[in-house]
Design a protein around this ligand. Structure first.
Ligand code: FAD
Ligand code: A2P
Length: 272
């Protein structure tokens, strides 16, 4: 190729706040994860979310909220995403390849952060579907393991294949050079399905209110002195879990007012 040919080719339009995709993995026909470069100046707390997206057909950025699934110390950023067939963003985002660019607005926010909880003995991560994403960050965050004696990861999906991203991440923690040793036997993983038979079944809500999860794991019933929780799922899930946690005596906190549990929506809408 001649220098003249190179000069004539129009420059690729540069996205505002562009980051480069470094890897993509498809987990099911509805779920994928991907990693992108991290802006050198981006600081965030494990568990927070940012706005990411692509340039829309109208030339304006099409942005959606996404939990950062990687921990604050990671040199890249990881995301775990749904594929909504006719979703404005994810109908396109699901086709990204390494080398492509996405838009990332570097303003992290969110309630699923350690600062929003009072000190406690056990920390419960309660998630459905892509609500696992903030916990993929927090499970790899050293503070999680420094602050608590036990961490219980409850993740529920309709089918077993939808648990794979979370399961693989949990299994990889022990080999993690940074936190593998910190974890020891502190992590209790409790994945369940609701519509496909598997080793453990049932909704998070049912397994909490029946006491099944406490019996299965040999733990005392959740109580406000010892237990802390972070919740991330559909609006219906969050509302139902909140009522159960309150029935155990836990109160909802916030960044400005730390208490016993915090909640964040995994998405807006009724689900698909
Ligand atoms: P939209 O028009 O945004 O959504 C269409 C419909 O699809 C929604 O009405 C809803 O019914 C359904 N839907 C959207 N997102 C999901 C989902 N995650 N799981 C199940 N059903 C869904 N999405 C992620 O995939 N990963 C994340 O880490 C993530 N973090 C979020 C954090 C916050 C605080 C919020 C508010 C949302 C988050 N979302 C996340 C949802 C995300 O913002 C988009 O809704 C999603 O990417 C779909 O975008 P879309 O434009 O294709 O469709
Ligand atoms: P179920 O199969 O009994 O509806 P979805 O795919 O609809 O987003 O749901 C993801 C998981 O969350 C499913 O296992 C579903 O169970 C469960 N779920 C949905 N709504 C609630 C809720 N209000 N309380 C507890 N679990 C819920």
């Amino acid at each position: 190729e001649t220098a003249a040919a190179t000069a004539e080719r129009p420059a690729k339009p540069h996205l505002p706040d562009a980051q480069t995709v470094t890897s993509v993995k498809h987990w099911t026909d509805r779920l994928f994860s991907f990693r992108v470069s991290r802006p050198a100046s981006l600081r965030f707390r494990s568990g927070e979310f940012v706005m990411i997206g692509l340039m829309g057909d109208n030339g304006k950025p099409l942005l959606r909220a996404y939990s950062i699934a990687s921990p604050a110390w990671d040199e890249e950023l990881e995301f775990y995403s749904i594929k909504v067939p006719d979703g404005p963003l994810t109908s396109k985002l699901q086709h990204i390849k390494p080398g492509d660019e996405i838009i990332l607005r570097p303003k992290p926010v969110g309630t699923l952060v350690h600062d929003a909880l009072l000190p406690g003995k056990r920390l419960w991560f309660l998630a459905t579907g892509t609500g696992f994403a903030p916990f993929a960050s927090l499970l790899r965050e050293p503070e999680t393991w420094e602050k608590y004696d036990q961490v219980i990861m409850m993740h529920t999906c309709r089918e077993t294949g939808e648990l794979d991203y979370g399961r693989q991440l949990v299994e990889s923690l022990r080999d993690d050079p940074l936190i593998g040793e910190m974890i020891g036997d502190k992590l209790l993983y409790y994945p369940t399905t609701t519509r496909e038979p598997s080793a453990r079944m049932g909704r998070v809500t049912d397994n909490l209110s029946s006491g099944k999860v406490f019996a299965d794991l040999g733990l005392p019933k959740m109580n406000p002195e010892e237990d802390r929780a972070m919740v991330c799922g559909s609006l219906a899930f969050n509302v139902d879990v909140k009522a159960i946690l309150e029935s155990f005596g836990l109160e909802e906190g916030a960044n400005s007012d730390p208490k016993q549990f915090v909640v964040e929506k995994a998405f807006v809408g009724d689900g698909i």
